[in-house]
Design a protein around this ligand. Structure first.
Ligand code: GH3
Ligand code: MG
Ligand code: MG
Ligand code: MG
Length: 313
């Protein structure tokens, strides 16, 4: 049974890996050596529209935890090779930074065990046998709070695209994919042209409006799986997974044309604005985000120098 199960699980892992990090579908990771428990919990959570990954092996669980960044971790105490407390300890720092709720489940539920669970970083404790209805409302509550946390720290308030902090996460994940599959990805920096003039002429509020419409425009233009980030005042970035610089250049050139046709109004005065972009393809997993952004920035500077409203490699 275990072999078949691990095999099926492997297949499933691939789909989860391709998830586009949209926070609307939340991911729950369950770690337990009791296969029937795993199957039961997975079923009830999937019925609620959640994505679920399951692990029996603690080492693999930790590895997948870092790679897939679940929104909630459900973990048994008694596991082969390592116990649930040790795992919680191991992931504690990451946990605190990303606010991933941990729920311990255990057949032992004496006071000492419960205390130890919370001391080791558990956010909740559910004893086995599990009451499914209670389990579901508890998980739902944790996931709601996780969603609120993510929205507040990963999304830029003004423009409602991902912020720079999330770019760091995504970049790391892209490097991981590059390492595993050899698939290159391209990063692009986009900067509004003469944006200062918009502020000076029409005021800061109109400037803000332009920024937020620009972000919305970018979100609408990109393919599913491409992600938009605000990395500075009037500077945005897009990660294009599985695309090279020439493909991205073509795509961004079209975006520049369409954006330049967009008409903004301020007190019945009409105006338009353009942007420039720099592109860099990451094909070596030693490239840090800082390096990649620097390369894209050099290209952006070139685009500005050559007259703006264009994209350079
Ligand atoms: P270039 O074509 O060379 O990029 O010229 P620019 O005027 O766009 O570039 P510059 O860096 O000189 O000016 C950027 C301006 O963006 C200055 C800053 O006040 C404005 N800015 C940055 N963040 C915000 C924001 O959140 N809201 C508004 N309204 N303006 C912002
Ligand atoms: Mg167990
Ligand atoms: Mg600018
Ligand atoms: Mg700028």
């Amino acid at each position: 049974i275990e072999l078949t199960y691990e095999y099926e699980h492997f297949e499933e892992e691939q789909t989860v890996n391709n998830r586009e990090w949209h926070h609307d579908t939340q991911l729950v990771q369950i770690v337990d050596d009791d296969i029937s428990m795993l199957i039961l919990l997975k079923d009830v959570l999937e019925e609620k529209g959640l994505m679920v990954i399951t692990n029996v092996d603690p080492e693999k669980a930790v590895e997948q935890y870092y790679e897939l960044q679940p929104d909630c971790l459900i973990i048994d105490i008694h596991l082969p090779t390592k116990n649930g407390f040790e795992i919680l300890n191991e992931i504690q720092q990451h946990n605190e930074k990303y606010f991933i709720p941990n729920i311990m489940i255990s057949i032992d539920h004496d006071k000492e065990t419960r205390i130890k669970a919370f001391q080791n970083g558990a956010d909740d404790f559910i004893s086995k046998p599990i009451e499914i209805d209670e389990f579901l409302v508890r998980i739902e509550r944790h996931l709601q709070r996780k969603k609120i946390f993510d929205q507040s720290v990963l999304i830029d308030e003004l423009t409602q695209v991902y912020n720079r902090r999330f770019l760091e996460d995504s970049y790391t994940k892209q490097l991981h994919d590059l390492n595993r599959t050899g698939q290159v990805f391209t990063i692009c920096i986009l900067d509004l042209d003469y944006f200062k003039k918009i502020n000076d002429t029409y005021g800061h509020l109109t400037g803000d409006q332009v920024l937020s419409e620009f972000a919305q425009f970018l979100k609408n233009e990109v393919r599913k799986g491409d992600m938009v980030y605000r990395v500075g005042g009037e500077e945005f970035s897009i990660i294009f997974p599985r695309a090279n610089d020439l493909e991205v250049q073509k795509c961004v050139t079209n975006m520049i044309t369409r954006f330049s046709e967009k008409v903004f109004t301020h007190d019945e005065k009409k105006f338009s604005i353009t942007f420039s972009a720099g592109v860099y393809t990451v094909s070596n997993s030693d490239t840090s985000l800082k390096d990649a952004l620097r390369e894209a920035d050099v290209a952006l500077y070139e685009a500005k120098r050559l007259g703006r409203a264009r994209v350079e490699l």
